[in-house]
Design a protein around this ligand. Structure first.
Ligand code: NAP
Length: 493
C-alpha cells in the first residue's frame, strides 16, 4: 500500500485517494485559528500516519456560522436535486471503496474484509437517503370538529451538530450526514480524534459530488470538550446527533438541555446472544462469529454475553473455540488478516482486566486470554467459559475479541438474564422454533433483535436502542425524520 504525507499541501495520499488534513469550514480547507496539529496513529504498529488540524473553540463557532449561512439555500434546494447530489456521493464512494477501506484499516486497525464491509454499508446510507429525500411526506386531515383542516408537514430542523466514534469512522458519519442533508439540514461534523481521516476523505468526496459550501463542515480537535461546549451552546444549532459511549452521551444530554436541543443518541450496548438447545449448531456458531468478531469485537452491537442452553453448551463452546483459534491476527491493512489490533493500548489493558477479573472469579479461558506482544495493540480472539454473573465482563461493554459463555436451563431464566442490564441496543436469538424466536424477541428489552442472524445493521431498518443505549433511530425513513420538525398549519377554507 502506498501512503504519502504531502505535508506542504496538507494532504495524505492512500493508493491515490486524497485525504485532506485540514478543517472543512464554509467550503474551504483551513488550518484553524491556532495552526496546531494532532498526530493520527496506526494501531497496527504505533506509527504516526499523518497530522491533522486542531480546531479551537473559535473554529467551532466559525463552522456553525458557515452551516447557518448555507441553511436557507440548502433547505430551499429542490428535494430531487438534493437526492441527486446524495446519489453522486454514493457513486463516488463506491468507485473509491478499496482505497477508503485501506484508509479505514490504517487509522482504525480493523481487518480489510471488515473495512470493505464498512465502506459498502456506509455508502449505502447515501443511496438510501437519496431515495428518501423525495419522500418527506406530510398529512392533511379534517379536524374532529369539522371546522378546519389540519396540515402537518416535516421541515428541516436546522443546523445539526454531529459527533461520531472511532469504531466505524465511515458508517457513523454517513449514517448522520446522509439523512441530515436529505432532510434539508446543514451540519458540523466532529469525528473521533483517533480516526478523523476517513471522515475528512468522505467530506472531500461530498464536495466533489456537488454538496455546496457550508452544507457540511468538519472540525477535528484535541480540545473536544471546549470546542463542542461552544458549538452546542450556539443558538443557531438546533440538533445534536451523537454516537458514542453512554457516559459521554449522558454528559451531552445535560449540556443539550441548556440550549433545548433535539437529541438523537446512539450509545453503548451489552448485547445478549441466546442459543437454545433446538438451535442449528452451525448457524449459531456462524452467527456468533459475526456478532462477536465484526470489527474485532469493537462494535456497539457486539455479542457481549453468550447465554447457551445446557444441552448444546459444550458442543457450541468447543466449535466456537476452534473457530476463534483459527482466526489470523495481524496488521489490519495487510491482506490475509482476519482480526486487526484494538484501537489503542488503553483498550488492550481494559479487555485484559476484564478477562483477568472473570478468571479470578472462577471462569476458564478456552483460547486466547492474554495480550500479544507489540508493536501495535493486539489482543487475541478469546473464549471464556463458566463466566459467573457478577464478572465485570457481564455488566460492562467488553469492546474486544472476547466471548464469555454462560450456561442456562430455561427460557425464562435466559430472558431474565438477558434483560438484567441498563443497556438495550441489540440482542441475538438462535432457535429453530420460530414461535420461540419471536416470543423471546418480543420480551427482550432491546431496540433490535436478530433471530438466527449475527448481523442486524441495515440502512433500510431503524437502528437504535432502548434504556441507556439511546434515544431515537438512525437509518430507515425514521432516521430522516429525526432531522425534521413537524409544522402544523390550521387552515380554514
Ligand atoms: P466516546 O468516547 O463516547 O466518544 C464518541 C465521540 O464523542 C468522539 O467523537 C469524542 O471525541 C466525542 N466526545 C468525547 N467527549 C466529548 C465531550 N465532552 N463533548 C463532545 N464530544 C465529546 O466513544 P468512543 O470510545 O469513540 O466509541 C465507543 C462507544 O461508542 C461505545 O460505547 C460504543 O458502544 C458506542 N457506539 C454506539 C453506536 C450505536 O449506534 N449505538 C455505534 C458505534 C459506537 P474525541 O474522540 O475527541 O474524544
Amino acid at each position: 500500500m502506498n501512503t504519502t504525507d504531502t505535508t506542504d499541501t496538507a494532504e495524505l495520499l492512500v493508493d491515490g485517494l486524497t485525504v485532506p488534513l485540514r478543517l472543512l469550514i464554509g467550503g474551504a480547507w483551513t488550518d484553524g485559528a491556532r495552526g496546531d496539529t494532532i498526530p493520527v496513529v496506526n494501531p497496527s504498529d504505533g506509527s504516526t500516519l499523518a497530522s491533522i488540524a486542531d480546531a479551537t473553540p473559535a473554529d467551532g463557532t466559525h463552522a456553525v456560522g458557515a452551516a447557518a449561512a448555507a441553511l436557507p439555500g440548502w433547505s430551499a434546494t429542490a428535494p430531487r436535486k438534493r437526492a441527486e447530489i446524495l446519489r453522486c456521493c454514493y457513486e463516488l464512494m463506491t468507485e473509491q471503496s478499496e482505497q477508503l477501506a485501506r484508509l479505514i484499516s490504517l487509522e482504525n486497525g480493523k481487518a480489510l474484509p471488515d473495512a470493505r464491509g464498512e465502506v459498502a454499508y456506509a455508502a449505502e446510507f447515501f443511496r438510501w437517503y437519496s431515495e428518501e429525500a423525495v419522500r418527506i411526506i406530510g398529512e392533511i386531515s379534517t379536524s374532529p370538529s369539522g371546522g378546519n383542516r389540519i396540515v402537518a408537514q416535516h421541515q428541516p430542523i436546522g443546523v445539526c451538530a454531529l459527533i461520531t466514534p472511532w469504531n466505524f469512522p465511515a458508517a457513523m458519519a454517513t449514517r448522520k450526514l446522509a439523512p441530515a442533508l436529505a432532510a434539508g439540514c446543514t451540519a458540523v461534523l466532529k469525528p473521533a480524534t483517533l480516526t478523523p481521516l476517513t471522515a475528512l476523505a468522505i467530506a472531500r468526496i461530498m464536495t466533489e459530488a456537488g454538496v455546496p459550501a457550508g452544507v457540511v463542515n468538519v472540525i477535528t480537535t484535541s480540545r473536544t470538550g471546549a470546542v463542542m461546549d461552544v458549538v452546542l451552546a450556539d443558538p443557531r444549532v438546533r440538533k445534536l446527533s451523537f454516537t458514542g459511549s453512554t457516559e459521554v452521551g449522558r454528559h451531552l444530554l445535560k449540556q443539550a438541555a441548556d440550549n433545548v436541543l433535539s437529541c438523537s443518541m446512539e450509545l453503548g450496548g451489552n448485547a445478549p446472544f441466546l442459543v437454545f438447545d433446538d438451535a442449528d449448531l452451525d448457524k449459531a456458531v456462524d452467527g456468533a462469529m459475526v456478532a462477536k468478531m465484526r470489527n474485532g469485537g469493537q462494535a456497539c452491537t457486539a455479542a457481549n454475553r453468550l447465554y447457551v442452553q445446557r444441552g448444546i453448551h459444550d458442543r457450541f463452546a468447543r466449535r466456537l473455540a476452534e473457530r476463534m483459534a483459527a482466526l489470523r491476527v495481524g496488521a489490519g491493512h495487510r491482506d490475509g488478516v482476519d482480526v486487526g489490533p484494538l484501537v489503542d493500548d488503553a483498550s488492550v489493558r481494559k479487555v485484559d482486566e476484564l478477562v483477568q477479573d472473570a478468571v479470578q472469579r472462577g471462569a476458564s479461558v478456552e483460547v486466547g486470554g492474554a495480550p500479544l506482544d507489540g508493536p501495535g495493540f493486539f489482543y487475541p480472539p478469546t473464549v471464556v467459559t463458566g463466566v459467573p454473573v457478577d464478572a465485570r465482563m457481564v455488566t460492562e461493554e467488553i469492546f474486544g475479541p472476547v466471548a464469555p459463555l454462560i450456561p442456562f436451563d430455561t427460557e425464562e431464566e435466559a430472558v431474565e438474564a438477558a434483560n438484567s442490564t441498563e443497556y438495550g441496543l441489540a440482542a441475538y436469538v438462535f432457535t429453530e422454533d420460530l414461535g420461540r424466536g419471536l416470543r423471546v424477541a418480543e420480551r427482550l428489552e432491546s431496540g433490535m433483535v436478530a433471530v438466527n442472524r449475527g448481523l442486524v445493521s441495515d440502512p433500510a431498518a431503524p437502528f437504535g436502542g432502548v434504556k441507556h443505549s439511546g434515544l431515537g433511530r438512525e437509518g430507515a425513513h425514521e432516521g430522516m425524520l429525526e432531522f425534521t420538525e413537524t409544522k402544523y398549519i390550521a387552515v380554514d377554507w
